[in-house]
Write a protein that binds this ligand. Structure first.
Ligand code: PGA
Length: 336
């Protein structure tokens, strides 16, 4: 291993991540023969094969898997070192990698604006994906911080950021609009639009209805909150989504929140990272920002911009829709 260079490790990690020599070459602005040569030299230095090639597909060997983990730990340590040096020089600079669940896209990008203006030396990479994918990234230690609603059964450190209630959303002219405390069983008569398998929203909805032994008439699975809102407005059914998904202008005046028993399902967004992970200077700066100014900003902006306070026909929304957080503040559960 003594002859291996940092450059070879970078090339190898890119090949492993893309599972392709060609794509790694594209990412690194190298030619494909150069990439192959670097991996060949590294393999020679390690002394055992790093990839198996079956047909056109590449598979990491066990040694390859171990080396990928080692490479990522080395790169992370080097990044941290660079950030620490920058911090010693009075600068906050480096790369911040954050993965957030789909609903957090309604506030995290808005928070990033002021943060990036304050720290122009920080480059941010933001992944927006569902609960299951975030778990995968958390397991792979792919990011500095994660924002999610359902705390995983893993060894993690977490801090509550903001409440993220799930509500029942229907078209604004739905016959149940003026009903209060609608029985959950009544929803089983409506065509239901569900988030895709792997979604945290779907899991929370299923758990609630399973606990009451109620089977929903799921007519459509959709992998995006925005697509579900369009489908509801188009009359394809009702659904349960985070109330924050109503934060954007546009289609929301065609939607309403139904007042259903057991709703909203109370949940929170949490900032999460693996226990024992040494946060970089940049990640710590962002976490502090998220938990102080960011939290205030999100509270003010995200919920102020939910559904208008009247329906399209001018009558007030049912009480569930009006019970904004300003009226019924919810205490965050204690963070770890
Ligand atoms: P999901 O998570 O995108 O996996 O449904 C959203 C949420 O938990 O708020």
């Amino acid at each position: 291993m003594k002859q291996a260079t940092l450059h070879q490790l970078k090339v190898f990690e890119a090949v492993a991540r893309h599972n392709s020599f060609t794509r790694a070459a594209e990412e690194l602005f190298l030619t494909q023969p150069t990439v192959s040569m670097q991996v060949k030299q590294l393999t020679r230095a390690v002394g055992v094969p790093l990839f198996d090639q079956v047909g056109k597909r590449l598979y990491l060997t066990q040694a390859g898997e171990e080396l990928v983990k080692t490479c990522r730990a080395i790169f992370e340590n080097l990044d941290q070192f660079e950030m620490t040096i920058a911090d010693l020089q009075g600068l906050k600079q480096g790369r911040l990698r954050v993965s957030v669940i789909t609903t957090a896209k309604y506030f995290i990008p808005r928070l990033l604006g002021p943060f990036c203006r304050r720290y122009p030396g920080i480059d941010v990479s933001l992944q927006v994906t569902n609960h299951e994918y975030i778990l995968g990234r958390l397991n792979d230690n792919a990011d500095d911080l994660y924002v999610m609603s359902q705390l995983p059964d893993l060894d993690i450190t977490y801090e509550a950021i903001l409440d993220n209630p799930l509500v029942v959303i229907a078209p604004a002219d739905h016959p149940l609009v003026n009903e209060t405390n609608i029985p959950m069983e009544r929803l089983a008569e409506e065509p239901f639009i569900m988030r895709e398998p792997g979604s945290g929203t779907r899991k929370a909805v299923q758990e609630l209805f399973d606990a009451r032994d109620i089977e929903l008439k799921v007519q459509l699975d959709l992998g995006s909150n925005e697509a579900i809102k369009q489908a509801i407005a188009g009359g394809l059914g009702i659904s349960v989504l985070s109330r924050h998904t109503l934060a954007l202008e546009g289609i929301c005046n065609q939607l309403t929140i139904l007042d259903v028993e057991e709703f909203p399902i109370e949940r929170y967004w949490y900032a999460v990272y693996p226990n024992g992970k040494q946060l970089s200077v940049v990640a710590r700066t962002f976490l502090d920002y998220l938990l102080t100014e960011g939290k205030d900003f999100a509270q003010k902006t995200a919920l102020r911009r939910t559904l208008p306070q009247t329906q399209s026909n001018g009558t007030p929304l049912p009480s569930a829709a009006n019970s904004g957080d300003q009226e019924h503040p919810v205490d965050h559960p204690p963070a770890s």
